[in-house]
Design a protein around this ligand. Sequence first.
Ligand code: ADP
Ligand code: MG
Length: 298
Amino acid sequence: MKKISDIGEFGFIDLIKKQIGSSSIIKGIGDDTAVVNFSADKYLLLTTDMLVEGVHFTRAMSAKAIGHKAIGCNISDIAAMGGLPKYAVVSIGLSGNLSIKFATDIYAGMNQLAKKFGVVIVGGDTVKSSKLIINVALTGEVKKDKVVLRSGAKKGDQIFVTGALGKSFSSGRHLTFTPRLLPSQYLVKHFKPTAMIDISDGLAADLGHVLEESNVGAIIDEKCIPRHQGASFNNALHDGEDFELLFTLSRAQAQRLKSKKDFKFYHIGEITSDKNKLRLIDKFGQSRILGQKGFVHF
Ligand code: ADP
Ligand code: MG
């Protein structure tokens, strides 16, 4: 019998997508959050992310930072849609031998970031589990004309990222990052991004998701891709967990953005008509096709 590891994370998600089928929602599986009708002028956004001990964190790490990450990656997904985060429910699986301090520190870390971004934790669930598991589900809202999907990138659009990439896990940044809600709000207020995603699986894989959903290709320039100190180009492309935003803008809007100083945005490439092909101009000026593999869970 075929196992999950035979089809991988995205093969599994594709299977579920087929099983659930289509419905009248605006966007189901296949973006950073689901998008459903809410009111005359707003959509409701829904997202959830689970962290598992031994996969995403260990107990040697700071409990506050684990809590920060658990809610931070959800806020990042809402930011990637151009939305504002609102209400969270938190489910936790823990063993009886976990110290009360560790458990409450997880919530202290969560609450600190929640407050900073206007999120209210309104409930959850608690179960017994030998491994510590934290699942956060978060709602958000967005004006209907401001929502940004992965699927709107057009040939000639310019590709930007909000910050440096690479070595997030080994440096500990994956636990302490700031979700890019403020740059996202700035962008949707003053510009019209055609597509947006947060970089959780790695630049190559997440740009790959935009290309797939938008039915386009891209060319990126190695020398323009911002990297953290000590991160190789390969780290920047594939490490993941950076939680920076990647977005696309029309040529005219890209020009305008580059003249602004409010936030730092990095111009890394351009959308092409070469469907699902990610092309790289390397540091020697040579052009070649890149694989889109990011971090693979199975
Ligand atoms: P992200 O990295 O932005 O959190 P994922 O790669 O985890 O997104 O998920 C991609 C898409 O697949 C999302 O639309 C998500 O809701 C959906 N998805 C992932 N796992 C499941 C699942 N077990 N059941 C239903 N939908 C899922
Ligand atoms: Mg995401």
